[in-house]
Design a protein around this ligand. Structure first.
Ligand SMILES: NC(=O)c1ccc[n+]([C@@H]2O[C@H](COP(=O)([O-])OP(=O)(O)OC[C@H]3O[C@@H](n4cnc5c(N)ncnc54)[C@H](OP(=O)(O)O)[C@@H]3O)[C@@H](O)[C@H]2O)c1
Length: 254
């Protein structure tokens, strides 16, 4: 029997859309006191409203030190402490190697990898107090090569490696560290990066569905279920939990 989510204070970055949004709804439904963060106020506020009284929103950017401080302070205020941090905030950046822009590379590492590391460090005193948990978001991109997606894949590979190292480092302090590794789920990730419009993204995800062993893309709540497991499972640390419908298997019928 895992730890109860009832009354648990949780900070979810990237909670204004997609997988983070689904995590917010699932955890609030189970009784957690969730603070969700993101840069677009309208998204953050809409999700906080939809989730109900257990949720509260804070507008901020995980790459900005002052914003990270506000996120942690707001979460501690809302929940009376902080027991879990879920790092769903992330951005897609892809392109052929020779065409990559150095600043854009720095930016994607800042939001996907460095921001989550710094935010985890800031939250640590609170997590220690409650023997809490950290959940990162890896990706099937670390298991299966998508040519042209090297920047994004590299940020996710770093997070998956960090999961093990930080689990070893923080385990003796009572803090667990896990990572979900999702397959394809239709969200606004590619559209926000300006790579395609909503209709194209939906078509692409339908096509990608066939590459999953289960023959379909996932739903945001199917990933949120895995996040819930990693937060509540008392003996799970260092786990990179693949929840990808079998996309990472590289199924081929040749
Ligand atoms: N969808 C998939 O198929 C898939 C597969 C594997 C892994 N993932 C990972 O899952 C996580 C969630 O992505 P998603 O698919 O749900 O996409 P999404 O809907 O675009 O969600 C990402 C969220 O992160 C927020 N965000 C981005 N940069 C931020 C920053 N610097 N500070 C604070 N918030 C920031 C965005 O909101 P603002 O722009 O308003 O800040 C957005 O709400 C990401 O880490 C992604 O890499 C997704």
């Amino acid at each position: 029997m895992g730890r109860s989510l009832e009354g648990m204070p949780v900070l979810v970055t990237g909670g204004g859309s997609g997988l983070g949004e689904a995590v917010v709804y699932r955890l609030v439904k189970a009784g957690a006191k969730v603070t969700l963060a993101g840069r677009r106020a309208e998204k953050v506020e809409a999700v906080a409203r939809r989730a109900g009284a257990g949720a509260c929103g804070v507008v901020g950017d995980v790459t900005v030190a002052d914003d990270r401080e506000r996120m942690v302070a707001r979460a501690v205020e809302h929940g009376g402490g902080l027991e879990a941090v879920v790092h769903a905030a992330g951005n897609m950046y892809r392109g052929a190697l020779e065409e990559l822009d150095e600043q854009a590379l720095h930016d994607v590492f800042a939001s996907n990898t460095i921001g989550p590391m710094m935010l985890t460090a800031l939250a640590l005193p609170h997590l220690r107090e409650r023997s809490g948990a950290v959940v990162f978001f890896g990706s099937v991109h670390t298991q299966r090569a998508f040519p042209g997606a090297s920047p994004y894949a590299a940020t996710k590979g770093a997070l998956e490696t960090l999961t093990g190292v930080l689990a070893a480092e923080l385990g003796p302090q009572g803090v667990r560290v896990g990572c979900v590794r999702p397959g394809g789920v239709l969200t606004e990730l590619n559209q926000r990066a300006g790579l395609m419009d909503d209709a194209t993204a939906a078509d692409r995800m339908r096509e990608l569905g066939a590459a999953h062993a289960l023959g379909r893309a996932g739903t945001p709540d199917e990933v949120a279920e895995a996040v819930e497991y990693l937060i509540t499972a008392e003996w799970a640390t260092g786990a990179v939990l693949t929840i990808d419908g079998g996309l990472g298997l590289g199924v081929t019928n040749a």
